[in-house]
Design a protein around this ligand. Structure first.
Ligand SMILES: [Zn+2]
Length: 204
């Protein structure tokens, strides 16, 4: 089965089964990694895009490379470099816990750096790290190309595909639409059919 048909087929099943279920918290929880293109990671692959990766194991290198390969195939090598160059990805076992007591799976407190954690004290291994990484990548690209304002000005209708687009897990409303943008970015790669059908302006 081709990748497109495979994604579409799973999408149809998901749409049928999701009808009665609650809205997902984040795209990371429901996104399909099978929608990513596959490549073999190598140091040349990352350096050609001017990306540095530290402390990533084989599995992590693989899903990160697959994400970039998907972006290359959606655009081209030159455009992908424009979107991604300068990014530093740092993977650590833990990033420390939030003062609220929650788990901190990733952050971008340092400019151009995505820090991704493997586990948290309280919950152990962090699930859905691949999707969380892609969400963070959405923030990186938005910051790099100044896309938050552009998105807000061009897409007036808010997308409500996931809860996290508007509020945190604790229910606190986000002050701006930056999380909505990062979720849209993740959905475009991993949850495209649902994004297109529920938030067509965001998809466009
Ligand atoms: Zn975010």
């Amino acid at each position: 089965m081709s990748k497109t048909f495979g994604c579409l087929f799973i999408t149809l099943l998901t749409l049928i089964s999701l009808r009665s279920e609650a809205k997902p918290h984040m795209v990371a929880e429901v996104g399909r990694l099978s929608c990513l293109e596959k490549t073999t990671p190598s140091s040349k692959f990352f350096s050609d895009l001017s990306i540095t990766l530290s402390n990533a194991n084989k599995t992590e290198q693989s899903f990160i490379a697959d994400t970039f390969e998907t972006i290359i195939r959606m655009t081209n090598q030159q455009q992908a470099e424009r979107l991604l160059s300068g990014l530093k990805i740092k993977i650590q076992n833990t990033l420390g816990d939030r003062s609220s007591g929650g788990c901190l799976p990733a952050h971008q407190l340092v400019r151009n750096e995505i820090h991704l954690a493997r586990k948290c004290e309280k919950i152990g291994e962090i699930p859905f790290r691949e999707g969380i990484f892609i969400h963070e990548l959405g923030h990186f690209i938005a910051n790099k190309l100044n896309l938050y304002n552009k998105y807000q000005n061009e897409v007036l209708k808010r997308c409500k595909l996931t809860n996290y687009m508007s509020k945190s897990r604790a229910g606190k409303k986000h002050k701006n639409r930056n999380e909505e943008f990062a979720e849209i970015f993740a959905a475009y790669l991993l949850y495209g059919k649902e994004l297109k059908s529920k938030c067509k302006h965001s998809y466009k």
